[in-house]
Design a binder for this molecule. Structure first.
Ligand code: ZN
Length: 247
């Protein structure tokens, strides 16, 4: 019987990372986290018929801000990729993809929720990472404030890492630096990584609100102030400013 062919992983440079980057508070912290650790950091975003172009604008504003904040980060920040995940709009009948009111079910899940969305994003990001010779994927998913999204759970991500590596004959590593942090601790991590300047940039440029509104400026940033995403961000900010993250 012939020896099985020796498989050489396509990703040979483990100093490079790809951040799943939406331009929100969490992925902004993840971008800074990656820039502190990897020689080269690329970003990937997904367009899927969001009625808020605002999210895609926020991505560029945050990237520019992060680039200008630190010369080391500027040297390490690599290409940005925007992938069309518009097929989600064909599956979902929600406010993200149609002009309907955002509503929330009994679990607090908005009708913007597309089941398994993160599974698709990770699979697409892994394929892109393979093409770019990148081994490390970084995402801001979080089990603590996971808003009922089952594909944000730690077990989901660990299982997915195994599945992606088996399915692609890769040695990808999925990093989730925010997995066990609440929003208060994420603000604190942001300060730890980039000082008050990164906190200011996150407040000013990142976008979290489900409704995509930027008319109202709060002390924690822009948003409707009413949706679960805004409330979570506002509450985290209030407790962070009150010094609760350091306790
Ligand atoms: Zn909102």
């Amino acid at each position: 019987m012939a020896e099985p062919r020796q498989r050489v992983p396509a990703s040979t440079d483990d100093e490079h990372a790809l951040v799943l980057f939406s331009g929100g508070q969490d992925s902004t912290a993840c971008l800074a986290w990656a820039l502190e650790r990897f020689a080269r950091v690329e970003t990937v975003g997904f367009a899927y018929g969001q009625r808020h172009e605002v999210e895609l604008t926020a991505r560029q504003a945050v990237r520019t801000g992060v680039h200008d904040l630190d010369t080391g980060w500027a040297a390490r920040l690599g290409d940005d990729h925007l992938l069309d995940a518009g097929v989600l709009g064909e599956i979902s009948d929600t406010a993200l993809t149609r002009e309907t009111e955002i509503a929330y079910d009994t679990r607090g899940l908005p009708n913007t929720f597309v089941p398994g969305r993160n599974l698709l994003f990770f699979a697409l990001a892994a394929a892109l990472a393979h093409r770019r010779g990148i081994r490390h994927l970084v995402a801001g998913v979080c089990e603590t404030d996971f808003s009922g999204y089952p594909d944000c759970r730690d077990d989901t991500i660990k299982s997915l890492q195994v599945t992606l590596n088996l399915g692609m004959a890769e040695r990808l590593v999925l990093h989730t630096p925010l997995m066990w942090l609440d929003k208060t601790q994420t603000w604190a991590l942001t300060e730890q990584l980039g000082g008050p300047a990164l906190v200011d940039l996150t407040v000013e440029a990142s976008h979290t609100c489900y409704h995509g509104t930027r008319e109202q400026r709060h002390d924690w940033g822009y948003g409707c102030g009413e949706c679960p995403a805004c409330r979570l961000r506002a509450e985290g900010w209030r407790r962070y400013r009150g010094g609760e993250a350091s306790r």
